[in-house]
Design a protein around this ligand. Structure first.
Ligand code: MG
Length: 394
């Protein structure tokens, strides 16, 4: 019996929240089950908490599809379905822990932070052992902060008075129960410490850790891979694009994102930049993400006369949203006139700029068709492109 043990250490349990859909990260699957190194993101925090010597069990809050992807639960762990919001998910987990005593300790953790750190847990538990009812890890804010409305930067906000809040957060279980019981008045909290503070109970801040970085956007996978010292499994994909536009008199000629002086220009709904269109299609092809017409329908008047670098930077953003990178693009412009050769370097640099990659990753070539066919008759210009991407395996 616990009562018979002299000065028993309080029981410690964990709640891991993996109920979010992770739409911001741009993945088809929930971000909690995206592979980070050799295991899903969620498995990192589950293994760290379940493997912690002082933690006797826990509740994983996740939907069935996430449960299926993450594998068997550690011994002493149970699962619970999420609620509509984070707060409801924690309430579900607390209900599942109803057999635990009020003086037990609980760590509440967001699965989107895979880098659970023993030193942070030690600091949280030390704060509770010293008498605190609640303790959270925080980090200073390194950037200058300003108020901002729309595109205009406003006054500087004193960053010395601010901190970034991480998880896990540690509570005496009875206190967290009271906080959630009191939160049925419509309050929507983004973490549990806020609810405890509403009780008038102070929350102690301990030093957080950079490894607890949160997976929110696709690019966070690269950051987490570095912080946790793992290589993300990458696959290479290749896409091709092809486009043709007709040459007409007295129009500006845009090729490869630059304007080239010429008697004729290309006809089309947008600025008709045949090279950027082929390249956009190549990148979308390597992503398996449709084609330029799917994303920018010619029937939509908002793209009339549009500068085609918008299409190309959109495609590059789709790559970044998946945590991928552009390894290389290769472009061939097929034109009898004007001569493209003198503009090759400018086009290369412009495309590198639009894609936010080194010009070393961009190849631009030009050819004629020996006066044969529509390009040879100067009726139009064609472009072919190949894009090679590195995408995370998921
Ligand atoms: Mg086109």
């Amino acid at each position: 019996m616990r009562e018979s043990v002299p000065s028993p250490a309080p029981q410690i349990v964990a709640i891991v929240l993996a109920g979010g859909r992770g739409v911001r990260a741009g993945y088809a699957t929930p971000k909690q089950v995206v592979m980070l190194g050799d295991k899903p993101v969620l498995r990192w925090s589950l293994d760290a908490l379940a493997g912690h010597g002082a933690i006797s069990g826990g509740v994983l809050v996740a939907n069935d599809d996430v449960m299926a992807a993450v594998g068997a639960l550690p011994e002493g762990w149970i699962s619970e379905l999420p609620g509509e919001e984070r707060q409801a998910s924690v309430a579900n987990a607390l209900a599942a822990l109803s057999d635990r005593a009020d003086d037990a300790l609980v760590l509440v953790h967001d699965a989107a932070r895979p880098g659970v750190d023993d030193a942070v847990i030690a600091r949280l538990l030390a704060a509770l052992a010293a008498g605190a009812e609640a303790a959270i890890p925080t980090l200073p804010v390194p950037d200058t902060l300003v108020a901002q409305t729309g595109g205009e930067a406003g006054d500087v906000v004193d960053r010395g008075a601010l901190a970034r809040v991480q998880t896990p957060q540690a509570f005496r279980l009875g206190t967290l129960r009271r906080a959630h019981a009191a939160a049925t008045d419509g309050v929507a909290a983004t973490d549990d410490a806020q609810l405890v503070r509403r009780l008038g109970v102070p929350v102690v801040a301990v030093a957080g850790d950079a490894r607890l970085h949160k997976l929110t956007y696709g690019e966070d996978m690269a950051i987490l891979s570095g912080l946790l010292g793992v290589g993300t499994m990458m696959r290479h994909t290749v896409g091709m694009g092809y486009d043709v536009h007709r040459l007409v008199a007295a129009k500006p000629l845009w090729i490869g994102g630059i304007e080239i002086p010429h008697s004729h220009g290309l006809e089309g709904h947008s600025d008709a930049d045949v090279a950027l269109h082929a390249l956009t299609d190549a990148i979308l092809g390597a992503l398996g993400d449709g084609d330029i017409g799917d994303h920018f329908p010619p029937s939509d008047p908002q793209w009339r006369g549009a500068a085609s670098h918008l299409f190309l930077s959109f495609a590059a953003a789709r790559v970044a949203a998946q945590g991928g990178r552009i390894a290389h693009v290769d472009l061939t412009i097929i034109a009898e006139a004007p001569k493209i050769g003198p503009h090759r370097q400018a086009i290369r640099e412009r495309i590198a700029d639009i894609l936010a990659v080194s010009p070393l990753r961009v190849s631009v070539k030009a050819t004629t068709t020996e006066r044969l066919g529509f390009t040879g008759r100067r009726e139009g210009i064609a472009a072919q492109a190949v894009a090679t991407l590195q995408l995370p395996e998921n």
